[in-house]
Design a binder for this molecule. Structure first.
Ligand SMILES: *[C@@H]1O[C@H](CO)[C@@H](O)[C@H](O)[C@H]1NC(C)=O
Ligand SMILES: *[C@@H]1O[C@H](CO)[C@@H](O)[C@H](O)[C@H]1NC(C)=O
Ligand SMILES: *[C@@H]1O[C@H](CO)[C@@H](O)[C@H](O)[C@H]1NC(C)=O
Ligand SMILES: *[C@@H]1O[C@H](CO)[C@@H](O)[C@H](O)[C@H]1NC(C)=O
Ligand SMILES: *[C@@H]1O[C@H](CO)[C@@H](O)[C@H](O)[C@H]1NC(C)=O
Ligand SMILES: *[C@@H]1O[C@H](CO)[C@@H](O)[C@H](O)[C@H]1NC(C)=O
Ligand SMILES: *[C@@H]1O[C@H](CO)[C@@H](O)[C@H](O)[C@H]1NC(C)=O
Ligand SMILES: *[C@@H]1O[C@H](CO)[C@@H](O)[C@H](O)[C@H]1NC(C)=O
Ligand SMILES: *[C@@H]1O[C@H](CO)[C@@H](O)[C@H](O)[C@H]1NC(C)=O
Ligand SMILES: *[C@@H]1O[C@H](CO)[C@@H](O)[C@H](O)[C@H]1NC(C)=O
Ligand SMILES: *[C@@H]1O[C@H](CO)[C@@H](O)[C@H](O)[C@H]1NC(C)=O
Ligand SMILES: *[C@@H]1O[C@H](CO)[C@@H](O)[C@H](O)[C@H]1NC(C)=O
Length: 761
């Protein structure tokens, strides 16, 4: 074979071969159990449609629709990824049923036969009646392929009132509020449903649908009715209701064993829903071609951005599955915004920036610079039309803010790392100023925290502005204070860049206000100095180990031990306040050795985001080696490839991005250009940065799977010896770059000792 011929064959074959390789490393069921709540159904990167099963187990919330046990209540088009709180969506569903269907609107569920199966772009389940359900999807439409058992009557139930309910009893359950469905002469159906509530306490929202079957049904019926009275058949081919007490739906009956249904959804209208399915999955589309398109999109747009010479299947599964799950939300809803008209991009399903600002958004910028710029523009547009950027948002509604206004951190990070393009930064800064200066109205009142708004912005601003700290008249006071400090640091960064010197001075000063909550005399486990609740009379006694805080408490979902480290922009001051490097070393070690009172584990809690930075903070006291060992130990002990492979809720991929940075060998310090250097897992890893640029990371001495020798012996950055334990965005991302590590079995003195910056100290 001539050389020319070989090259041609390789270049023709390579993409297909690569597609098969990379998507095959994604395990859709990784992290679906034990609280990970990963969504294993079918979706495209940032796609609006997430088509998957909805499982019903009495008294159990199914956050992503999927549970490993229980009965199917439907296969629906909309889901979130990896969230907790309370379920959202589960809307626009179909359910296959065999035989006579009596009382179709009575929350019918059907058993499951065997475990579901899934691969990228494909989902398969079997009901206890023997019906095979196969699913695939595009961004705004889905395709269902049903195979009913031979010699039975196959029906498809479309229950417009179907949602994922919540059984937790916190008043966060979604409700059906009305809707309609019409069956047309050609057999297709259209309609919409109205729903409310869910974790973000949303008011009524509507979604429109348009469904087709590949053959005419032998019979079709529409129904309306109440749970109590049963369903009443409507003869007109149309059913509607204007309240949640009357449910609507339809049943289609088929003679063939195989039935294909294509369904489009839209946030705008049934016409748009019909257009969406016609554009993306037109009539006569082969089911398998939708699967193939989905695989090739995931391969080219997401998975192939990161490549490695590694061949360990376990490690590749962790890598590619993590990349997959960070790309499901936010959803790109550009062209599908029901709330205002604008030429800006529109992304929503943000769940939540409280979870995402440390690791995910920084990685999103690296891997998806185009989508990331669109996301930043969308955030600013939400402020432009609704008055505030979201900390969380779904069904086009901002809510609920757990701590600070963390979109400020994300804008700051994007700004200092050079995101410009079509971003209007003067407006971006105005959006941040709104967070920093204007208290959001406390409406609607959140019964779990009635003192101030949780919808958006900073509810506890009145204290923050007048006192420089937050008194207990505001819930989550300590959490909010440390997060507001970090948010104000974000304002300082953008104000500096925009040459607003007075503002920069003001917000840098305000970013130090966490210090007002620092009680040097508060002790715990022999250490003193913690962030504590306080009021005008002074500090209030607390137990820094207590980790049971929720919406109404001073600390939210983490303890004072955790929140005392939170102000990473002012690390030098924290170290001073804690008593210097040696004490900080002991205190960090204690995070990983001592148990929290009343719990069996260690103080460090790998299941929740406020702890994400902590294993890396050894960098600031010149013990990069301990950041390496501590963070690697956490990655290896708490993450894995099984169905329980995540330590906590994925939270839209936040957990996965913490792991990905550990694999890469860098850790981002959000709001600054700083990256902490630790130690990579792979002998060789290449990240495609777009525009022909790459970041190439190589290491010698490790086992290529994050095991073996992990301690850095030497490092070359872009071919030159590197003696700092940190580097900046400019060093390796702007033009691309190389990191060449040599690893060994014990700590070495490879760096000179210049610690990462503490710009507020
Ligand atoms: C991809 O698959 C082909 C064919 O199975 C195999 O030869 C090749 O080594 C694989 N490459 C990687 C990176 O796994
Ligand atoms: C599960 O479905 C089966 C029929 O497939 C039904 O008999 C059973 O009652 C259902 N269980 C629940 C809890 O709904
Ligand atoms: C269904 O409801 C929508 C929204 O209220 C309405 O515009 C439409 O006319 C209704 N369809 C029918 C057939 O009544
Ligand atoms: C639906 O059923 C009605 C009778 O109930 C029939 O007149 C109509 O043609 C059917 N439509 C389709 C698309 O089969
Ligand atoms: C059906 O489920 C909804 C929650 O989605 C619940 O409010 C309703 O009570 C249920 N109805 C029956 C008859 O179980
Ligand atoms: C693959 O990596 C895993 C850890 O990620 C390790 O336990 C296993 O031994 C490795 N397998 C081989 C063959 O190196
Ligand atoms: C987001 O969606 C819009 C409209 O479909 C599209 O033009 C844009 O390219 C999408 N963005 C990305 C990053 O795919
Ligand atoms: C900094 O903030 C403190 C209150 O925390 C205030 O007394 C001081 O005037 C501020 N300094 C500047 C330069 O704004
Ligand atoms: C801390 O304790 C010392 C000694 O008891 C006392 O002088 C000081 O005022 C206390 N500081 C605070 C902030 O309570
Ligand atoms: C501050 O809190 C303490 C302890 O709860 C209380 O005794 C004191 O009255 C409070 N001071 C003010 C000004 O509210
Ligand atoms: C721990 O914090 C919770 C929430 O603030 C509080 O209800 C509880 O009393 C605290 N427990 C201890 C031991 O301080
Ligand atoms: C980085 O890796 C890519 C892909 O393997 C390669 O094309 C590029 O030449 C490498 N760059 C450097 C500077 O090594």
């Amino acid at each position: 074979m001539g050389r020319w011929y070989t090259m041609l064959v390789l270049s023709l074959l390579e993409p297909a071969v690569r597609a098969a390789n990379l998507t095959s490393h994604v395990n859709l069921f990784l992290g679906t159990q034990s609280g990970g709540n990963d969504f294993p159904g079918v979706a495209r990167p940032f796609g609006i449609v997430k088509l998957g099963p909805d499982l019903y187990v009495s008294g159990t919330d199914s956050y992503s629709g999927y549970l490993s046990n229980g009965n199917f209540s439907g296969f629906s088009m909309m889901h979130e990824q990896g969230t907790g709180g309370a379920p959202k969506y589960g809307t626009v569903s179909q359910l296959p049923l065999v035989g006579d269907v009596s009382n179709p609107l009575s929350n019918i569920t059907i058993g499951r036969s065997g475990a579901d199966e899934a691969s990228v772009g494909y989902y398969k389940a079997k009901t206890s009646e023997g019906t095979l359900v196969e699913l695939s999807a595009s961004a705004h439409a889905g395709i269902y392929q049903y195979t009913f058992p031979k010699d039975t009557t196959g029906n498809i139930l479309v229950d417009v009132s179907h949602v994922l309910p919540s059984y937790r009893g916190q008043g966060l359950s979604q409700h059906y509020k009305g809707g309609n469905i019409t069956i047309f002469h050609d057999g297709h159906y259209e309609g919409h449903g109205v729903y409310d509530n869910g974790w973000n306490r949303s008011p009524d929202w509507s979604i429109y649908f348009c469904g087709h079957f590949d053959e005419a049904p032998i019979s079709n019926k529409t129904y309306s009715g109440t749970d109590a009275k049963g369903s009443v058949q409507q003869s007109s081919g149309h059913a509607s209701s204007s309240s949640g007490s009357t449910r609507v739906g339809a049943v289609f009956t088929f003679k063939d064993t195989t039935v294909i249904s294509r369904v489009g959804i839209s946030w705008l209208s049934t016409e748009k829903a019909c257009q969406n399915v016609e554009n993306e999955i037109p009539e006569d589309t082969k089911f398998q071609s939708v699967v193939a398109d989905a695989q090739s999109e995931w391969d080219s747009e997401v998975l192939s951005k990161v490549t490695t010479s590694n061949t360990n299947e376990t490690t590749l599964e962790l890598l590619y599955t993590s990349l997959y799950f960070m790309h499901l939300i936010p959803t790109n809803q550009t062209g599908e915004n029901p709330s205002w008209t604008s030429s800006e991009p529109y992304y929503q399903d943000i769940f939540t920036y409280w979870d995402l600002f440390r690791c995910s958004t920084a990685l999103m910028q690296v891997l998806q610079p185009v989508a990331y710029e669109e996301q930043i523009r969308s955030l600013i547009d939400i402020w432009r039309f609704e008055g505030y950027m979201p900390d969380a948002r779904s069904s086009n509604y901002n809510g609920r803010t757990q701590g600070g206004s963390n979109a400020d951190n994300i804008l700051a990070d994007a700004y200092v790392k050079g995101v410009r393009g079509a971003v209007n930064w003067e407006d971006g800064y105005k959006a941040m100023l709104k967070d920093a200066e204007v208290t959001p109205p406390n409406y609607p009142v959140d019964p779990m925290a009635p003192d101030s708004s949780t919808k958006e912005g900073r509810g506890a601003l009145p204290d923050w502005l007048s006192l420089g700290y937050i008194t207990p008249r505001f819930s989550r006071a300590v959490t909010r204070a440390v997060e507001y400090s970090c948010n104000d640091f974000g304002l300082y960064q953008v104000a500096s860049g925009l040459k607003k010197e007075d503002d920069a001075t003001k917000y840098l000063n305000r970013s130090r206000n966490w210090r007002n909550h620092w009680n040097a005399n508060q002790t715990s486990l022999g250490f003193s100095g913690f962030v504590v609740p306080r009021n005008e009379s002074g500090f209030i006694e607390t137990d820094p180990l207590n980790d049971s805080g929720y919406w109404g408490d001073p600390y939210y979902e983490a303890s004072s031990w955790a929140y005392s480290w939170a102000s990473i922009h002012d690390m030098k001051k924290i170290i001073e306040a804690m008593g210097g490097d040696e004490t900080v070393l002991d205190r960090l070690n204690t995070m990983f050795t001592e148990g929290a009172s009343g719990s069996s584990g260690i103080i460090f809690d790998p299941t929740n985001e406020p702890m994400f930075n902590i294993p890396y903070l050894y960098h600031y006291i010149n013990r990069q080696d301990l950041s390496v060992s501590q963070s690697r130990n956490i990655a290896k002990s708490y993450y894995g490839v099984g169905v329980s492979g995540l330590p906590g809720n994925s939270d839209a991929g936040a957990m996965q991005t913490w792991l990905l940075w550990n694999m890469i060998g860098l850790y981002p310090v959000t709001g600054q250009t700083t990256f902490l250097i630790h130690s990579p897992w792979f002998d060789s890893l290449t990240i495609d940065l777009g525009d022909g640029k790459h970041l190439n990371v190589t290491s010698k001495g490790g086992d290529g799977n994050g095991g073996g020798d992990i301690y850095v012996q030497s490092l070359r950055v872009n071919g030159k010896d590197w003696k700092k334990n940190w580097l900046t965005w400019d060093d390796i991302f702007v033009r691309g770059g190389t990191l060449e590590f040599e690893l060994g079995e014990s700590a070495s003195g490879w760096f000179t000792g210049e610690v990462p910056p503490s710009p507020a100290s």
